[in-house]
Design a protein around this ligand. Structure first.
Ligand SMILES: [Zn+2]
Length: 294
């Protein structure tokens, strides 16, 4: 089943709802960055969080969701666009811990202190807000972020469920956000039971997709907008050449003289862009030091 996010409105309580299924995106990120299970699960949680945050944005806005921590995981970076494109990486892909269950499940990976930051890129301007990690559990810290940094009352829940040997069996999340005239009691009540409700709804479905999940969470509420979600990166060989060009003429000359070629690996998607000797000659020409004819 393809990943997507559906958005709609709970008419009676006047709450905005986003429901996301991000299983394939999370597996693609794991494959590209060769993540071990604990790293992959933490990234999956971040991908759900970023997709839910991006669903609240308009038009071309991008969301950068960044977690930094002093535990061995060290953090993740997820870049998500309102159009459904998601990419990202973790600082330590090699984390494979035997994790206890319960609220302290992620302490061994995340450590004792850290930050959660959200950067909104609205094309011409950036807005950044960050909070200290207090729960050392991503879902709780994301709720803490909303409670302290965002003016609008919001609740989120995220689940990553195992299926047999597959650690990323089912990856999903839900976000509820108040509208100006919504009932604060309704959000408190639904928010309080959101985690249990999400877990049970994801488990109950034969086939998990965002529309079916919305129906299981809120029976009778039709989806209004559905956006496909995909792991997509906008890197290219031309951009990689731009990076090398940015090193300056002497550095490029040095690469030509010492190595003869180089490569740029994209941090976001793991793609490797080979920069050959003729490419380097072209860069020197662009930098105003044309090479003798070869
Ligand atoms: Zn890339």
């Amino acid at each position: 089943m393809a990943d997507s996010i559906v958005r709609t409105l709970l008419q009676e309580s006047n709450l905005k709802v986003s429901v996301a299924v991000v299983t394939e995106v999370a597996r693609e990120a794991r494959r590209r960055h060769r993540m071990l299970p604990a790293s992959a699960s933490l990234f999956a949680q971040g991908a759900v969080g970023a997709a839910l945050l991006a669903s609240l944005q308009k038009g071309e806005t991008r969301i950068n969701l960044q977690l930094e921590c002093d535990g061995p995981f060290r953090g993740f970076f997820v870049d998500a666009a309102a159009n459904g494109e998601i990419r990202g990486y973790v600082k330590n892909p090699h984390l494979d811990l035997e994790l206890s269950s319960g609220v302290f499940q992620w302490r061994a990976a995340l450590g004792n202190t850290g930050f959660l930051s959200v950067l909104r890129d609205v094309g011409s301007e950036y807005y950044r807000s960050s909070v200290e990690l207090v729960a050392m559990r991503f879902e709780d810290d994301l709720n803490h972020y909303f409670a302290t940094s965002d003016q609008v009352a919001t609740r989120v829940s995220i689940t990553v469920q195992r299926e047999g040997d597959e650690g990323l069996g089912r990856v999903a999340g839900v976000l509820l956000q108040a509208l100006p005239d919504s009932d604060p009691e309704a959000l408190r009540r639904l928010g309080g039971e959101l985690e249990t409700r999400l877990h049970d709804a994801v488990e109950s479905l034969e086939v998990l997709d965002a529309t079916a999940l919305l129906a299981a969470l809120f029976p009778g509420v039709p989806p209004m907008i559905e956006t496909p979600l995909k792991f997509t990166c906008n890197c290219s060989k031309e951009r990689a050449m731009g990076t090398i060009q940015g090193l300056g003429v002497d550095e490029v000359q040095d690469i030509v003289d010492t190595m003869g070629s180089t490569a740029v690996t994209c941090q976001f998607c793991g793609a490797r862009h080979e920069i050959t000797l003729p490419d380097l000659w072209e860069l020197l020409e662009r930098l105003g030091r044309p090479q003798p004819k070869h």
